[in-house]
Design a protein around this ligand. Structure first.
Ligand code: 13P
Length: 341
C-alpha cells in the first residue's frame, strides 16, 4: 500500500461502524489538572500507569478504533519494556498523536487565542510516523463572548489547521482537524449555532484552498450547545437537531467522518446527544465520538482511589463508556443498556 492508500484506509478505519476514538492526549498541564482533581501526583510514572491501564482494557479495540496520545505517551514503555504503541497495535487500536503546541493569546485581540505549532512540524510528523502514529490532531479554540470571536481569530486558526492538515497528508498521516467552539460563557444555543457554522464554513474554505484530500480527513468538532452559564433549557433533541443542521450546512459529504469532543458535557449527555443524532440518519458521513473527559471521568476516579488495586475496575468503567458510545454511533443506546452494566 502506498502512503495515500494507507491514509485513506486509516481514515475509514477510524470511523468504522460501531467504533470511535479515545482522547488521552492531555498536555502535561491538563493532565496535572485532571490528576489534581482526584488527588494523584502528576509524575511521568503515574501518567504512564494510568494511560497503560486504559489502553490495556481487555478487548477495548471492539469499541475504540484509535487513541490520541501526547508526545510523552507515544514514547513510553510498560514496566516490562513494551512500547505502549505496541500494546495498542495488539488491541487493534490505531495510534494517533496531538501535534499542536497549544492555544496562545492572539496578539491584538483581547480574549482570543490562536493555536501554535507549525514551525518544524514537517520533521516532527516524520518522526511521529516512524514511531507508529497514523493520525494527528490539532486543536483550535474559538471563544464566544462580548464581540468575540472576531473573523480574524477564526481565519488565523483555520489557516493554521489547513497548513497542518496539508503537512499531515504529505507525511501519510490522517489529519484530525479540531476547531472547538468552547462551551464557556452565557451565550444561547442560537449563538453557538451561528459561531460554529461560521467556523466550519471558514475551515472548509481553507482546507479547499490548501488542496486537502477530504476523503483522508477527520473533523473533530464541538456540538451545538448553549453556554455553560446561559441557564437555557434545551432537550437532547434540540442539541442533536441544531448540531446536525450546522454540520449539514457546512461539511462536504466526501469527508471521511466526523467525531465529537465532549467539551465539558457529562458522560451520559455526550452519549445521549451522539445517539440522538445517529437516530436522525441516514447521514452523509459516519458520526462518532472522540471523547476525553466523557470516556475517562468515571475510570479516572476509580483508578485514582487505588491505582495499584483498581486497575480492573477502572478498565471496566472505561469499557462500559466505550460500549455505550459504540451503541450511540448506531443509534442503539438506551437507559436499559446504561443500567444493565
Ligand atoms: P474532551 O472530550 O474532554 O473535550 O476532550 C477531547 C479533546 O481531545 C479535546 O481536544
Amino acid at each position: 500500500m502506498d502512503k495515500l492508500d494507507q491514509m485513506l484506509h486509516t481514515a475509514a478505519a477510524m470511523v468504522a461502524p460501531g467504533k470511535g476514538i479515545l482522547a488521552i492526549d492531555e498536555s502535561t498541564g491538563t493532565i496535572k489538572k485532571r490528576f489534581d482533581s482526584v488527588g494523584i501526583e502528576s509524575t511521568e510514572e503515574n501518567r504512564r500507569d494510568y494511560r497503560q491501564t486504559l489502553l490495556s482494557a481487555p478487548n477495548l479495540g471492539d469499541y475504540i478504533s484509535g487513541a490520541i496520545l501526547f508526545d510523552e505517551t507515544l514514547r513510553q514503555k510498560t514496566p516490562e519494556g513494551k512500547p505502549l504503541v505496541e500494546l495498542m497495535k495488539e488491541q487493534g487500536i490505531i495510534p494517533g498523536i496531538k501535534v499542536d503546541k497549544g492555544a496562545h493569546p492572539l496578539a491584538g485581540f483581547e480574549g482570543e487565542k490562536v493555536t501554535e505549532g507549525l514551525d518544524g512540524l514537517r520533521d516532527r510528523l516524520q518522526e511521529y510516523y516512524d514511531l507508529g502514529a497514523r493520525f494527528a490532531k490539532w486543536r483550535a479554540v474559538i471563544t464566544i463572548g462580548e464581540n468575540i470571536p472576531s473573523q480574524t481569530c477564526i481565519d488565523a486558526n483555520c489557516h493554521a489547521l489547513a497548513r497542518y492538515a496539508a503537512l499531515c497528508q504529505e507525511a501519510g498521516l490522517v489529519p484530525m482537524v479540531e476547531p472547538e467552539v468552547l462551551m464557556d460563557g452565557d451565550h444561547d444555543i442560537e449563538t453557538a449555532y451561528e459561531i460554529t457554522e461560521l467556523t466550519l464554513k471558514t475551515l472548509f474554505n481553507h482546507l479547499y484552498e490548501h488542496n486537502i484530500i477530504l476523503e483522508g480527513t477527520i473533523l473533530k468538532t464541538s456540538m451545538v450547545v448553549p453556554g455553560k452559564d446561559s441557564g437555557q433549557d434545551v432537550s437532547v433533541e434540540d442539541v442533536a437537531e441544531a448540531t446536525l443542521a450546522c454540520l449539514s450546512n457546512t461539511v462536504p459529504a466526501t469527508l471521511a467522518g466526523i467525531v465529537f469532543l465532549s467539551g465539558g458535557q457529562s458522560e451520559i449527555e455526550a452519549t445521549e446527544h451522539l445517539n440522538a443524532m445517529n437516530q436522525m440518519g441516514p447521514l452523509p458521513w459516519p458520526l462518532s465520538f472522540s471523547y476525553g473527559r466523557a470516556l475517562q471521568e468515571s475510570a479516572l476516579k476509580v483508578w485514582a482511589a487505588n491505582p495499584k488495586g483498581n486497575i480492573t475496575k477502572a478498565q471496566q468503567e472505561l469499557l462500559h463508556r466505550a460500549r455505550m458510545n459504540s451503541l450511540a454511533t448506531k443509534g442503539e443506546y438506551n437507559l436499559k443498556a446504561e443500567s444493565d452494566a
